[in-house]
Ligand binder design. Sequence first.
Ligand code: ADP
Ligand code: MG
Length: 267
Amino acid sequence: MSVPWQTIETSPAATRLAVRGLAKAFGGVQAVHDVSFSVTAGHMLALIGPNGAGKSTCFNLVNGQLRPDRGSVHLDGIDVTGQRPRDIWRAGVGRTFQIPATFRSMRVRENLQVVLASRERRTLGLWRPLRERFRDEAMALLTQVGMQGQAERTCGVLAYGDVKRVELAMALAGRPTLLLMDEPTAGMAADERHALMALTRELATQHGLAVLFTEHSLDVVFAHADRIVVMARGRVIAEGTPEAIRDDVTVQAAYLGVPDTEAGVPA
Ligand code: ADP
Ligand code: MG
């Protein structure tokens, strides 16, 4: 099956995302303070930390929803700091979105075709008579996430885990080099969480895609991340491999000090 994808020709260890000295305050709250990290091609970086640590703010600084007060965001070596979300999307940053309610009555395949059409700067109105356009590409993307057998079903009838796979395919339709996933497995059962992250890992490896994700379940984080950045109160307090982070007392203290530990501290 041909893959609708053109990965940028770079060495496997290429830095996809480099964030340097990012800062963002909301009124008196310093949500993000001097945060730096990078993600290389084919790797998965987990951003973890207690509620309010600044994880989502970091994501929004990278995807253009927010402009940083200080610091920079480089994508594949290009400075994209402060650019608008649409331009950042075009520059290669994909993110998973919840499928909007209005899309739930459409077939799985059609949802993909809409995203593919929008990537080609076509409007929905223009797309309608071109029903067959992007059909093969949509099917190829669905095959990548194991949803080709459900292409003709409407999104509204899918199981929750399958909806998440479709959302992943929709994110991939923009041909990202960096994929942002903010709590992608929220609401999923444990085995579904692992399946989705294992699939993400496969796609990252195949396409040299860099993945930045947050995740509530530390179990999932330790099983699937290559590296982990730990934030607390807007700052990075630790960074390292899952093994190093697991043994880090500072990290344990950050979690133990906060009542929000649905997932608990891994043994
Ligand atoms: P996390 O995703 O790690 O839970 P957030 O980035 O959502 O943390 O939030 C970090 C801090 O910034 C919190 O104190 C939060 O209340 C505050 N914050 C986030 N977004 C806004 C906003 N749009 N306006 C005001 N305060 C915000
Ligand atoms: Mg958040």
